[in-house]
Ligand binder design. Structure first.
Ligand code: SAM
Length: 399
């Protein structure tokens, strides 16, 4: 088969031709090396688990029953990504992924078969590979969609919880809410926790203007890379930072915790902050950490817009009655004090908090609510919701 043309600077990886015995010896050596690497990986994984337990014990954090063990990294030794394009197949090694030009319609799988079995996959079927500090999320089929002059990889867009067809309209709606409930002006510094693929950042370009500054952070490496190459490359006042935080759905090969990262901004330097659909995927220790960071970086008149799922008698009864989302959000599983999860198998898939838990986190962080929560649509409780989820509009509490 004739392999198709890939990035010009990169040679195609082709299987070299060996005599049979040499091939078998080479394969055995690769297997032996792989076994050694696996042993080392398991050792590091255990060490990581006990360090986490120690950290949790020290911070008084609630352990996470049901959370999945997180592999440190995939064993990428002999592993290749097989790309099928228009019927032709090529194989690329993981270190070529950074420069490989994927095209819409490319079908991806991991070879050889035994490598595929060892590669981490999230419930959405995406493969996860770690190469140094890079964290690749690979779909089984690449789909690129052009919107407003940008080419979006669909498998990253769906991590926002919605598809490409609503990317523009939801981004606009978010920014309209920021305007309405926090106020936005040209020249402001805006920081987004969990900026994803820049759905809101793109809408903020004209709002904050060239004198403004946008700082986005996220745990999904590919999304941050996409934002750097597509948004920061064209707008020098937009910057994007990857936090290599472990998250069972968003960054399963991450090595750190949110608690290891400070928001990349000086004290009291940020006008507006958003965390849209982020605290819905985290637990109290990480949320309080981000809230403390919000309190640190907000200007005295700064405001933050943090969405969450409010667990109350009314919201849960309405959710059971109406079931308006496609995710069956019922939060039937108590997880920690004032914290409920929707799926005990994947706890961070959707997390809800009682008002008491929210108030506790807000006050622990040195923040204050500037108005009652905005009403969320998810439960079907409100006929006039303000946002898809409840929203806490926050400011730094007086010292
Ligand atoms: C539902 S998506 C929303 C993305 C974005 N706010 C938007 O509306 O387009 C949740 C985002 O939170 C990010 N995320 C998850 N855990 C995080 C953490 N500990 N710190 C920062 N971001 C996180 C995910 O990678 C993902 O991009």
């Amino acid at each position: 088969m004739i392999p198709f043309q890939i990035h010009r600077r990169l040679p195609l990886v082709r299987r070299p031709f060996f005599q049979r015995d040499e091939a078998i010896a080479a394969r055995d050596a690769a297997y032996a090396e792989r076994d050694l690497l696996r042993t080392e990986r398991d050792r590091l994984r255990n060490e990581n688990t006990s360090l986490r337990a120690e950290r949790d014990a020290l911070s008084g954090a609630v352990p996470r029953p049901g959370a999945h063990p997180i592999p440190l990294s995939a064993d990428t030794g002999a592993l290749r990504v097989q790309v099928t394009r228009s019927g032709s197949q090529s194989e690329i090694s993981p270190d070529m992924l950074a420069d490989f030009q994927f095209r819409s319609g490319d079908e991806l799988r991991i070879t050889p078969l035994e490598s595929e079995a060892s590669v981490h996959r999230t419930p959405d079927g995406h493969y996860h590979l770690a190469v140094g500090t890079q964290r690749y999320r690979l779909p089984t089929r690449v789909v690129l969609t052009a919107i407003n002059g940008y080419l979006f990889p669909e498998h990253l867009v769906v991590l926002t919880g919605a598809g490409t067809e609503t990317l523009d309209v939801f981004g606009k709606a978010h920014v309209a809410s920021y305007m309405k409930f926090m106020g936005l002006q040209a020249g402001m510094t805006f920081l987004e926790i969990g900026c994803g693929i820049g759905r809101d950042a793109l809408q903020l370009i004209d709002v904050i203007g060239e004198q403004g500054r946008f700082i986005g952070i996220d745990v999904t490496w590919d999304s941050i890379e996409w934002c750097r190459k597509n948004i920061a490359a064209r707008h020098g006042n937009f910057e994007f930072h990857h936090f290599d935080v472990t998250h069972e759905l968003y960054n399963p090969l991450g090595l750190k915790s949110s608690l290891d990262f400070a928001l990349p901004a000086k004290d009291h330097s940020v006008d507006r902050i958003s965390a849209g659909s982020v605290f819905t995927h985290l637990f109290e220790d990480e949320i309080v950490h981000y809230m403390k960071e919000i309190a640190r970086v907000l200007k005295p008149d700064g405001l933050a817009y943090a969405t969450f799922f409010l667990y109350s008698t009314e919201t849960i009864a309405a959710a059971r009655r109406t079931n308006v989302t496609h995710n069956n959000l019922m939060f039937a599983y108590p997880f920690a004090d004032g914290c409920f999860v929707n799926d005990s198998g994947y706890p961070t898939g959707a997390v809800a908090f009682t008002n008491e838990a929210m108030q506790r986190m807000i006050s622990r962080a040195g923040l204050r609510l500037v108005r009652p929560y905005l009403k969320g649509a998810w439960s079907g409780l409100h006929s006039d919701p303000d946002d898809g989820q409840e929203v806490a509009i926050l400011a730094a509490a007086p010292a």
